[in-house]
Ligand binder design. Structure first.
Ligand SMILES: Cc1ncc(COP(=O)(O)O)c(C=O)c1O
Length: 384
């Protein structure tokens, strides 16, 4: 008789998040009494405004808070459609808004609804690691687009032509880890290239609202077959509420609905109520962005004197991606030493770029201003 092995599936063998490992080491050092400055986490250092908590409290007291429709509460979907009208001047039908378990839940639904096993999906390196890892677990073929400093870490038509044919393209602007943004013309060009080449564009717009130079447009304005993903985790500072959304092309919505019913039944109803309230707090959230802008300016002014002088442009989001190849040939070791010796936690680039990441590290400036100032002082002293 053949003995069945009870090993984990091969598809589950995706890369871990090194950022989480750094966080674990930083937390252990902190628990042991060390003064640790957290510049490794991509999480706003703010609590959402009271209006969000009040809406949640009201919902707890007055709503049944049962399952919602798989695609979300009608008022949530209408609220998001209204947000597109107000913020981007783009008309979106509430029927094509899907409430999701964060952007992460939207990736799963989008990739499954749009692509079959073996489809070739282009991802930008450096980029958010979960794209690659989810695609791999789903049996999709990852096509890396290596966009370096020369391309300002952005995908170009030439780079896409080089790896074609492809079935899908995932972009994020502003990007994690580099913070670089596509200009609205570049976004329009990529969107129309995808349309002409029958490539499904997936646009992760999670850092919209956190931009320092210009207001980004949504890919939905340029390509009606694009899947747009967004979330309350970053601009709205609601990471733990696990709520996001997707704008689905009409032809995909029924497929997404069937998958959502089976995978999640529905997203959290409490978080949908809270998210809806957050949409009405832009003034408060814009204050948070001002604080990120102050942190960004401080780092850009002071990091070069510590030897971090090759920084990605950081047009948006709350990260600086630093080329540290003048200081080390292994940014993983460098980050561990920095954490141990001066208590500053950052993320090594290998999470974001398996090829070139060893030359880079990511600094998050989403935290409080005094944290950023102290971390910079420690770095300057350490490296001088
Ligand atoms: C580019 C990008 N997309 C998606 C996510 C995950 O977002 P969510 O918390 O909404 O699942 C992150 C989190 O850091 C991110 O940086």
């Amino acid at each position: 008789m053949k003995i069945k092995k009870l090993d984990p599936s091969l598809r589950s063998n995706v890369a871990p998040f090194f950022a989480m490992e750094v966080l674990r080491s930083a937390n252990q050092l902190e628990a042991a009494g060390n003064d640790i400055l957290h510049l490794e986490v991509g999480e706003p250092g703010f609590r959402p405004p009271e209006k969000v908590f009040n809406a949640a409290k009201y919902a707890i007291e007055n709503e049944a808070l049962g399952y919602t429709e798989a695609l979300g509460l009608p008022q949530f979907r209408e609220g998001i459609a209204h947000h597109y009208e107000q913020y981007y001047g783009t008309t979106i039908e509430p029927d094509n808004v899907v409430a999701t378990v964060g952007a992460s839940g939207a990736f799963l639904l989008a990739f499954l609804a749009a692509f079959d096993v073996g489809a070739r999906i282009a991802v930008v390196e450096p980029g958010y690691p979960a794209y690659r890892n989810i695609l791999a677990a789903l049996g999709l073929h990852i096509v890396p687009i290596c966009a370096g400093a020369r391309e300002r870490f952005k995908p170009t038509i030439n780079l896409l032509e080089d790896v074609s044919p492809i079935d899908g393209l995932i972009i994020a602007s502003p990007s994690n880890p580099t913070g670089t943004m596509l200009t609205n013309d570049e976004l329009a060009t990529l969107a129309s290239w995808c349309e002409s080449n029958r490539v499904r564009l997936v646009s992760d717009e999670i850092y919209h609202g956190i931009n320092y130079k210009w207001e980004p447009k949504t890919a939905a304005s340029f390509n009606d077959q694009a899947i747009v993903i967004n979330s309350f985790s970053k601009y709205f500072a609601m990471t733990g509420w696990r709520i996001g959304w997707m704008i689905s092309p009409p032809g995909l919505t029924p497929a997404i609905e069937r998958l959502a019913q089976n995978f999640f039944v529905s997203p959290s109803s409490l978080s949908q109520h809270a998210g809806l309230a957050a949409l009405g707090c832009r003034m408060e959230f814009d204050q948070y962005v001002k604080s990120y802008a102050t942190n960004r300016r401080f780092l850009l002014d002071h990091l070069p004197s510590a030897g971090f002088d090759k920084l990605a442009p950081a047009d948006g989001a709350f990260y600086l991606y630093a080329d540290v190849s003048n200081l080390t040939d292994d940014s993983g070791v460098f980050c561990r030493e920095m954490l141990r010796e001066i208590g500053v936690a950052t993320t090594p680039g290998v999470d974001f770029d398996p090829q070139q990441g060893h030359r880079y590290l990511r600094i998050s400036f989403a935290g409080a201003e005094p944290t950023i100032v102290s971390a910079t002082e420690r770095l300057v002293e350490w490296l001088s």
